[in-house]
Design a protein around this ligand. Structure first.
Ligand code: 8YV
Length: 316
């Protein structure tokens, strides 16, 4: 079986994959639609990542040689899974492996933004800190506040656990389908605007894709209000970035912590220029152990596929 891995992996993941398959590791940026189509024609299976453009157009050539896209990552909004299915291509992802590290980054953003940590760090680094004063860089206290989690899947629940156990926060959540076990005391709010009006910190943990695109726009930001913070560890286009910039510039929300952007890796200058915005470069799962675990989870799916077994993490 010929396999294409579209990016460099950690050494441990690369060695485990190479020990099992006849594999090419690409070492360039994301696959264009045309390169994705070529990969589908040239390989039996592909291990793609965020940004590889497996769009409907990439599958337009009909029934390709490739029969499995073993995606590296839980989010697969860069793959048109319906077009993949129509072309006979299975798609799998890597749930569980990403959960805790992504929740950790949500809390990193929440704390950094509320406590003005980025701004403080910049002040120290540029040599402009003149010393402690009782009123310097006063932020917003986190412990005991209310978090509103939008998307109560695995990652949302892991964020809830951290907020509840670590910071004694009240946990509210919004989820389109029923959630059987939130894991901590948490109240479901059926109206998104009600949730946004009630919480101090709104944290986005929904899947990306057409169903959630611009779920947070001007009206939602107004519901969050001038004392509310928005944290996004989901996908950039869940938030209407233009509306977010306008809300931040006019003080209609208090601040934002972002790990993802609408047009990655482009980060609007307007966001960079605002001190009340924390900007991270999609660090959600960027820890050595986690990236290895993700690679190994994708490998589990590849092995199951090569042995003709059912795929553990099939999404289409
Ligand atoms: C991954 C992520 O690094 O798992 C996900 O969905 O967003 C990231 O943390 C990325 O998707 C790798 O393809």
């Amino acid at each position: 079986m010929r396999l294409l891995v579209t990016r460099q992996m950690t050494e441990a993941a690369r060695d485990a994959i190479a020990a099992r398959f006849d594999v090419d590791f690409r070492d360039k940026g994301p696959l264009s639609e045309q390169a994705a189509a070529q990969a589908l024609a040239d390989y039996d299976a592909v291990l793609p990542t965020l940004g590889d453009r497996f769009t409907a157009g990439a599958f337009a050539g009909g029934s390709p040689r490739c029969r499995l896209l073993a995606n590296f990552g839980v989010g697969y909004n860069h793959i048109d899974v319906t077009a993949a299915r129509a072309a006979g291509v299975a798609v799998t992802n890597t749930p569980d492996a990403v959960t805790d590290s992504t929740a950790d980054i949500a809390l990193t953003l929440l704390l950094m933004t509320a406590r003005r940590a980025g701004e403080g760090e910049r002040l120290v680094r540029c040599g402009a800190w003149t010393g402690w004063t009782p009123t310097q860089l006063l932020g917003t206290h986190v412990t005991g506040k209310t978090v509103g989690i939008i998307g109560m899947g695995r990652i949302g629940k892991a964020i809830a656990a951290r907020c509840y156990h670590g910071f004694g926060m009240q946990v509210l959540f919004f989820n389109r389908s029923a959630v059987s076990a939130p894991g901590v005391p948490a109240r479901r709010v059926s109206d998104l605007h009600d949730l946004l009006r009630t919480c101090d910190f709104a944290v986005l943990a929904v899947p990306g894709g057409a169903g959630t695109r611009h779920m947070i726009s001007a009206a939602e930001l107004d519901a969050l209000g001038p004392r509310g913070f928005l944290i996004n560890v989901a996908r950039g286009d869940v938030v209407d970035e233009t509306a977010l910039i306008a809300a931040l510039q006019t003080g209609r929300i208090a601040g934002a912590g972002l790990d993802v952007y609408e047009h990655e890796p482009i980060v609007p200058k307007a966001l960079m220029s605002m001190e009340n915005v924390t900007l991270l470069p999609h660090l959600g799962t960027a820890a050595e152990e986690i990236r290895t675990a993700m690679g190994l989870r994708a490998l589990d799916n590849l092995i199951a596929f090569s042995e003709g077994r059912s795929l553990p993490d099939l999404v289409n």
